[in-house]
Design a protein around this ligand. Sequence first.
Ligand SMILES: Cc1ncc(COP(=O)(O)O)c(C=O)c1O
Length: 408
Amino acid sequence: MIERWDYLFSENIRDFEGYTIGKMLKYLKSPDIISFAAGMPSPDTFPKELIRKASDMILREDIGSVLQYSSIPGEDSLIEAIIDFLKMDNINIEKENILITSSGQHGLDITGRLFINPGDSIIIDRPTFSGALVAFQMERPRFVGVNIEDDGSNVNGFRDKIEESKKGLIPFPKFIYVVPDFQNPAGITMSLKKRESLLDLSYEYNIPILEDSPYRTLRYSGDSIPSLFALDQKREGTNVIGLYTFSKIFAPGIRLGFNIGHPRVVEKMTNIKEANVLNSPKWNQDLCTIFLRDTNLDEYFKKMQDYYGNKLELTLKSLDEYLGPLDNVSWTKPDGGFFLWITLPKGIDTMELFYRSVEEEKVAFVPGEVFYAENPEKNHLRFNFSYPKEEELKEGIRRLASCFKKHL
Ligand SMILES: Cc1ncc(COP(=O)(O)O)c(C=O)c1O
């Protein structure tokens, strides 16, 4: 009988501990906790009636085929609807440029598998999306991180790292991973100037850019900045791979997204999808097609932007009121997305503070350290404002301030 299993596990997985945030969320079962930890959309924004009606219609008219295996790259009708949807964002692609995925996380996993050999280096921001870190970690890369700046990735810092690799200090980077719009976790948006310089860098060294864009349509203030993908197309390049999900703009339970890029990249990604999930559920794809085709998307996004924009405004007002008086506490002021990033005085460990704030004040957040691949900075935390109810935002921030006053 096998009693010890670990030595049998693959080297890729043996030391892999999974998703820290997922484990932390287990502490937050108690209903009296106000949680700013999860990265969830508010169910208030789900188009529930459309989903009810569309499901009903699909089941009545098409039950045989929605319960069947379906096309591996994705349903043609959804692909066509997405091609039209992306045109609204000045992205012009054909069918050969797109793969339907079973969520943004799946899109990240496929991309990691496609490019990373163990030990390959990949360039990321510090901090960056922890889900991308765990997805890529499965392939055991060497993460090369550079601290993000107020106007987005530190492109000169990326260049320095690439130059280091040319001197043989680190392996030559396989790709650069960024979340240019309202980054998870910091809420920072990359300026147009930096987007252009990042593309210059990518062309100069032939390093692809992964542009992860779950929040792009969720802008509450300021003018939209062209995506890296659109800028790359304008320059007739094909260096950018776009990763998208329906989780934040439709419903995460649907588990659908899409990757876009050069046809050869998409072809290889499709081979990987063949080997893991095979096909994404047709039922869910048909729901997304109906959503994209039958919704006035300008109105739909405007409603969502107003809804989340109000929550962000309330959050910023409460932060000013309760945290404003505290010394050496600051936070980012995002133009969209779901998150902002709070910085506490150096020396504070927000992982320790997490347990105290949950036990003593019944308020939760995500300790910033989980968003670093190596050498974490421990004095930050991620604050989610999309999910909590409006009344919880103010009260929760009051509780946070009370915890900080006690322990800073
Ligand atoms: C930057 C980023 N990428 C990808 C995802 C994955 O989204 P999902 O797997 O829910 O589609 C998320 C979700 O939080 C995210 O914030």
